[in-house]
Design a protein around this ligand. Structure first.
Ligand code: ATP
Ligand code: MG
Length: 470
């Protein structure tokens, strides 16, 4: 095991002595009496965690923090602030400190914070490592995944791409069906030609027919010229039939004929045109069941389902979440410095069940990037499921109780909503939450107790112990 390196800066020699005694239990501890000396040391030596006093002669702790972060952004900095100086604590957090500890502190509390910082740093390094690795075995034509089910899909794509066999991709919404269809095309000899597709659920039948098969001038009102159908335009390419589960039986028969004969008759024409496309279809519905229910033609089903790719929902391949999250952070950074995820934020992503699958993850990351203020995305930046205000909905049912009772209930719901969100924003830091809401810490403690929030508050914290003055 490697021995972490901790560095302590304080102008008070007794304080330094005390800190060394405590911290050497968990790592190598270097010390300096001034920020200037600390800077010199850190420039030349590896340091994992820096513990610094705020007020020192010469360069103060906050400037030291800023300077260190400039050339060693990965060092975690813990700032020792004086009792009652919440401003410097907030300032330090804004400038990228890992946490602050208010003097006088208890040794165990400090030890926990430093340990946590070391742990999180290692977690970050692991994430970084994974992100590096993503570029090799875990990416295939823009599809990311290390889960074996996805790896198996990579293998299937490689196997089936060269041929012309029809492929049916089944998976919940947002699992990456279109991405897979495009990957098959890209990986096939047809990649020089077009990948075209149509969402069969999105168009009324007559339009679907006109689009797919084309039409002759004068075939219907508005057909002012001959138009080539998409299936003809995709010659020697790939054609993607999306959401095939909702085609009418009549249209299914037409499509079956097209696939059997490999020709189309444009609307208003008499002569068929030869087509040469590879069909890939996708569905999020259970086609076997539709066949049993008589809603989907069995013969068409067998035609389309020569090779089947089942895409698992994201909740069944959670180990891919860090990779995908990292990928989307990069994708949406748009030239700016890429934001990271705090371990707590990642944990929130891992615990969620993702009904909207990868697309939902992408949206959540995009939104988090917009609201995140610091360099990293915090747990409170992760907004899962835009929840309505349940207390308003529930309140409608209160017409049968007295006004006072209803008011009390609604108020309680509001309080819960307000303080849960506030504490999330403040990482469970009660002092900060009290300050922001304009009430005293005692009052806040009372509310937390009344609403029985403590457990929720704890789980929402970014896994930091609460270190405040007593
Ligand atoms: N494994 C993956 N790696 C990288 N990006 C992915 C992956 N899976 C999905 N995505 C991204 O998620 C989004 C949704 O994917 P896609 O449109 O392929 O899903 P879909 O299954 O076709 O969804 P729907 O059924 O709603 O049409 C896209 O932006 C896609 O790039
Ligand atoms: Mg799709």
């Amino acid at each position: 095991m490697y021995n972490p390196s901790i560095f302590v800066v304080d102008d008070d020699p007794d304080m330094v002595k005390g800190l060394v005694l405590v911290l050497r239990e968990i790592g190598e501890v270097g010390t300096a009496p001034t920020a200037e000396e600390a800077l010199e040391y850190i420039k030349r030596n590896p340091v994992d965690v820096l513990v610094t006093d705020v007020r020192m002669p010469g360069i103060g702790g906050i400037s030291l923090l800023e300077k260190v972060k400039e050339f060693r952004p990965k060092i975690e900095v813990i700032v020792l602030t004086a009792y009652g100086s919440i401003e410097s604590a907030i300032d330090a957090m804004k400038k990228g400190a890992y946490h602050y500890v208010t003097k006088p502190f208890n040794n165990d509390e400090l030890l926990i914070v430093v340990q946590r910082a070391l742990q999180d740093k290692r977690f970050h390094e692991e994430l970084e490592y994974l992100r590096e690795k993503v570029n090799k075995a875990h990416v295939f034509e823009n599809i990311i995944g290390r889960d074996w089910k996805i790896q198996e899909i990579f293998e299937t794509i490689k196997k089936v791409s060269p041929s012309k066999v029809p492929i049916l991709i089944q998976g919940e919404s947002g699992t990456g069906k279109e991405l897979i269809a495009r990957a098959i095309h890209q990986h096939s000899p047809r990649s020089k030609n077009r990948f075209l597709g149509i969402n069969t659920a999105a168009l009324p039948e007559n339009l679907l027919e006109a689009e797919l098969f084309g039409y002759k001038k004068g075939a219907f009102t508005g057909a002012d010229y001959d138009k080539k159908g998409l299936l003809v335009q995709a010659t020697q390419g790939t054609f993607f039939l999306d959401e095939i589960g909702s085609m009418s039986l009549a249209f299914q028969s037409k499509l079956l004929r097209v696939i059997q004969e490999m020709e189309v008759i444009p609307v208003g024409a008499t002569e068929p045109l030869k087509i040469d496309v590879r069909f890939i279809s996708a569905t999020h519905t259970d086609l076997e069941k539709a066949v049993k229910d008589g809603a989907f033609r069995e013969d068409l089903y067998y035609r389309l389902n020569v090779v089947r790719i089942n895409v698992p929902p994201l909740r069944e391949r959670k180990e891919d979440i860090p990779l995908l999250a990292g990928h989307f952070l990069e994708k949406w950074a748009e030239g700016e410095e890429k934001k990271g995820l705090t371990p707590g934020a990642l944990r929130r992503l891992m615990e969620y069940d993702w009904p909207g699958n990868v697309r939902e993850l992408e949206n959540v990351i995009q939104r988090a990037m917009l609201v995140a203020e610091g360099v990293d995305i915090q747990p409170s930046d992760i907004l899962l499921r835009q929840e309505p205000l349940p207390w308003l909905v529930e309140a409608e049912g209160y017409s049968s109780v007295t006004y006072d009772k209803a008011k009390e209930e609604v108020f309680r719901h509001f309080q819960r909503e307000y303080f849960t969100n506030l504490l999330k924003r403040c990482n469970g830091n009660i002092t900060l939450a009290a300050e922001k809401s304009g009430i005293t810490r005692t009052a806040l403690h009372r509310i937390i107790k009344k609403l029985n929030l403590s457990e929720e508050v704890l789980t929402m914290r970014d896994s930091l112990p609460q270190v405040t003055s007593k």
